[in-house]
Design a protein around this ligand. Structure first.
Ligand SMILES: [Zn+2]
Length: 467
């Protein structure tokens, strides 16, 4: 499987300062590891002859690192350094001091990265690692940096690619080409209607069912059928061949839109988008609204029962039927903004929000109206009277967490699987509604602040082996 790419040809770049800053940050992160290595290496002694330097990935649960060298090398301590390639502005390499085990002819340092607490990176992610060793005289040496790809070997993956997209699947011959075509159509909508382009290559993994997909992730809602990992430019979906044409096609466009909008509206400064904007844009990218969305909008218009838009800045109420109107309303508002004010204003809004501007301030700057003003204008366009009741207070939600934080970040909310999904694998109870929408939540990934507890695990493991 090809290694994950975190940059793409310059010709594909939209020339905004944000994309430049994104690339700069990605570049910085990708070289931080090697720079750190190079700087340390300058002052170092040559590394002792290494007998074994391996990382065995047990996807998705753990990674076993082992380093072995001759017993006469007089090494007194070993520190493991590792990270996973992702879009980030911060150095995220973890350092773990590892206990040494002395054998007859060699010394071994062994440590297991257990992802039960941190969450696992998606398949296709690239693991990097090296060790620093200190000898009895205090000289520090370093092993050659190595890399390995996280792969999900439970399945025989086929690959199909087009510019900027690598799609992997294993079930149903027609599924891969069909969903790749849907992805390309989604990109066309984003470019034609919003002027937003894919800026970094995307990996898409199509599992044969939602259950297969969820088994690839340690932390995922039990109802999830599709997940977009912004930081890894990776989408995972569970699509049975019978659902590929309907649910699969629209969900592909939806999740891809989350990634592309995420890339476009990303910066090292932080910043976030209101949920109604994120989900509205993703639904817009699905193409023509389905009957369910149209009916929801018609009913809410007739009954004057839309939510105050400000209440949709934060979390939606789960992924069940009650969330349906939130998604339909979000779509309607985004559709209104694009039709009335055009794609340049939408781009400007995304870029202003990426600078860390507050929602109301960003809307005021771009549209001359805060969120209540946008709602009022949209209601007039629908022929509705002004709203008479106040919005519920906006909860402090994941969407307001700045983008660049070291302990993982909120991902786009997963999408439930198709209600038509057949129970050919043990399925947990699913949402009764086939809304093709996202629910709520966040997936903590790749926490790096757990070194202390990992050390504890490592020591315990070595102690157990000794005894
Ligand atoms: Zn969504």
């Amino acid at each position: 499987m090809p290694s994950k790419q975190i940059s793409s040809p310059l010709s594909a770049v939209t020339s905004t300062w944000l994309s430049t800053s994104l690339r700069l940050c990605v570049w910085m992160v990708s070289i931080i590891f090697s720079l750190a290595v190079a700087q340390t290496a300058v002052a170092q002694e040559p590394s002792p002859a290494i007998i074994q330097n391996e990382a065995t990935i047990n996807f998705p649960e753990s990674v076993d690192f082992v380093l072995e060298w001759p017993a006469d090398a007089n090494i007194t301590s070993a520190v493991l350094h590792y990270d996973v390639d992702k879009v980030s502005c911060l150095e995220a390499a973890a350092q773990v001091p590892v206990d040494l085990v002395t054998n007859t002819d060699s010394i071994v340092a062994e440590w297991t990265w257990v992802m039960g607490r941190s969450g696992n990176p998606p398949p296709g992610s690239e693991l990097n690692w090296y060790w620093t060793l200190t000898d009895i005289d205090g000289n520090v040496t370093q092993t050659v940096p190595q890399s390995k790809t996280f792969t999900d070997d439970r399945f025989s993956w086929q690959t199909i690619s087009t510019e900027g997209i690598d799609l992997y699947w294993y079930r149903g011959e027609e599924v891969g080409p069909l969903l790749l075509e849907a992805a390309v159509a989604g990109l066309d909508t984003l470019e034609n209607d919003m002027g937003i382009q894919l800026q970094d290559d995307v990996d898409i993994y199509i599992y044969g069912s939602a259950a297969d997909m969820r088994d690839a992730l340690l932390f995922v809602q039990e109802w999830a059928g599709g997940v977009a990992f912004d930081e890894y430019n990776t989408i995972l979906m569970g699509v049975q061949p019978s659902s590929a044409e309907g649910w699969g096609r629209s969900t592909m466009r939806h999740e891809l839109a989350h990634l592309v909008v995420g890339q476009y509206g990303w910066s090292c400064v932080g910043g976030s988008r209101p949920t109604w904007l994120n989900e509205g844009l993703a639904m817009y990218a699905e193409g023509e609204p389905d009957t369910e969305t149209i009916t929801s909008i018609q009913l809410a218009t007739q009954n004057n029962s839309f939510e105050p838009l400000r209440s949709l800045n934060g979390s939606f109420s789960s992924h069940g039927p009650e969330a349906g109107i939130a998604y339909a309303q979000s779509y309607s508002v985004v559709d209104f903004l694009l039709r009335e004010y055009g794609q340049e204003s939408m781009q400007s809004l995304l870029l202003t929000l990426a600078e860390g501007t507050k929602y109301d301030d960003a809307l005021l700057q771009v549209y001359g109206m805060d969120v209540d003003g946008v709602e009022a204008a949209w209601r007039i366009a629908l022929g509705l009277p002004p709203r008479t009741f106040p919005p519920t207070p906006t909860p402090i939600v994941a969407a307001n967490v700045p983008t660049a934080i070291p302990l993982g970040k909120p991902e786009n909310v997963p999408t439930p699987p198709s209600a038509n999904e057949l129970p050919d694998v043990e399925e947990r109870p699913l949402s009764p509604q086939n809304t093709g929408i996202c629910g709520l939540g966040m997936i903590p990934l790749l926490g790096i602040g757990l070194v202390a507890s990992w050390q504890g695990r490592s020591r315990k493991k070595l102690r157990d082996r000794k005894s």
